[in-house]
Design a protein around this ligand. Structure first.
Ligand code: ADP
Ligand code: F6P
Length: 337
């Protein structure tokens, strides 16, 4: 529990930006002000905190931001924050600036920084912001919905040209070590093959056989969605073209997946989570992260949240495969997890 009433809160965004972060910042600022707190924006994540790039924020400062991609507070990755000296200095800067509650919007790495600050006595709440959906304690992370829709639309476009040229297309989507964007696009785009870091067995011959079989069955294109965690799409395209004799191109969607105006879901959920972070601080809570589970916004202890593990749903993976190509169902005793 926080030791005293919170008068001033700080808010920062850290790690990769994600569409919807501005909605979360806006909610922190306005919920904080309406709860009688002062609100300070910390620019450029932990790097900006260590450089004392701290500004006062009014309700007007977040006008016309909910529809904007990126983060108005900017973001950064900061090596110094990984060191005990950096963490101690960051906590000291919070104290010197009167910041007695801090909202950190970012991914697992940013939460690890938040955990360190909480241990050093700064009342800290994490809000999950990453397009990767790779935070174990929550079924939703800010930015995933927009990013996966951006990727889906781009893949539809690649598919048009792939069909016209009767090609195989390998499309690489982001996600760092996680395959959620690839899995969702695999289903949404009706891809013929989906390669996830969590599931890939590196049996390229199987893919080659699939391509040849689907061409024989009259398919005009063959879409392979490859997750960034597997990567090497260009080299894979060359090998597949050589093995199948079918023209193959690689497209790496890259950072376009991080930009753009947030979807309605990202605006609404990010607003709820930003407001909830402030409410948790008001209630005297610290060292918590906000999450979304089973239809509810919830909070967890940061230490417990960081220790949780997440995996791709076996049922979703099995269904995804069953809808994609010549697939035979092997078992009727599926667990719907
Ligand atoms: P994300 O928050 O999206 O997972 P990163 O993993 O890049 O992105 O982490 C963002 C920032 O969080 C890092 O640049 C660093 O400043 C801070 N951070 C990451 N890991 C730790 C850690 N173990 N301890 C303290 N700070 C950390
Ligand atoms: O975590 C978000 C993310 O876009 C990952 O999907 C990707 O691996 C990484 O960030 C890319 O980081 P950077 O912007 O530093 O290239």
């Amino acid at each position: 529990m926080a030791e005293h009433q919170i008068n001033t809160i700080g808010v920062l965004t850290s790690g990769g930006d994600a569409p919807g972060m501005n909605a979360a910042i806006r909610a922190v600022v306005r919920r904080g002000l309406s709860s009688g707190m002062k609100v300070k924006g910390i620019l450029k994540g932990y790097q900006g905190l260590l450089n004392e790039e701290i500004i006062d924020m009014s309700a007007k400062d977040v006008s016309d931001t909910i529809e904007r991609g990126g983060t108005i507070l900017y973001t950064a990755r900061c090596a110094e924050m990984r060191t005990p000296e950096g963490q101690e200095r960051a906590a000291q800067i919070c104290r010197e600036n009167g910041i007695d509650g801090l909202v950190v919007i970012g991914g697992d790495g940013s939460f690890a920084g938040a955990q360190k600050l909480a241990n050093l006595g700064i009342n800290t709440i994490g809000v999950p912001g990453t397009i990767d959906l790779d935070i174990a304690c929550t079924e939703y992370t800010i930015g995933f919905d927009t990013a996966v829709n951006t990727a889906m639309e781009a893949i539809d476009k690649v598919r048009d040209t792939s069909t016209s040229h009767e090609r195989c297309s390998i499309i690489e989507v982001m996600g760092r070590g996680a395959g959620y964007i690839a899995l969702w696009c695999g289903i949404a785009n009706g891809a013929e093959d989906i390669l996830l870091p969590e599931k890939y067995d590196y049996d390229e011959q199987k893919i080659v056989n699939n391509i040849i079989a689907s061409r024989k069955a009259g398919k005009k294109h063959h879409i392979i969605i490859n997750a960034e965690g597997i990567g090497h799409s260009e080299a894979m395209a060359k090998r597949i073209e050589a093995a199948t004799g079918i023209e193959t191109r690689a497209t790496i969607l890259g950072h376009m997946q991080r930009g753009g105006s947030p979807s309605c879901k990202d605006r609404v959920y990010a607003s709820m989570m930003g407001a909830m972070a402030v409410d948790l601080l008001s209630q005297g809570k610290t060292c918590r992260v906000v999450g979304y589970r089973h239809g509810h916004f919830v909070d967890f202890d940061i230490n417990e949240a960081l220790a949780m593990k997440k995996d791709v749903s076996p049922y979703m993976w099995e269904v995804c495969n069953s809808l994609s190509h010549n697939y035979t169902k092997h078992s009727d005793t599926l667990n719907f997890d």
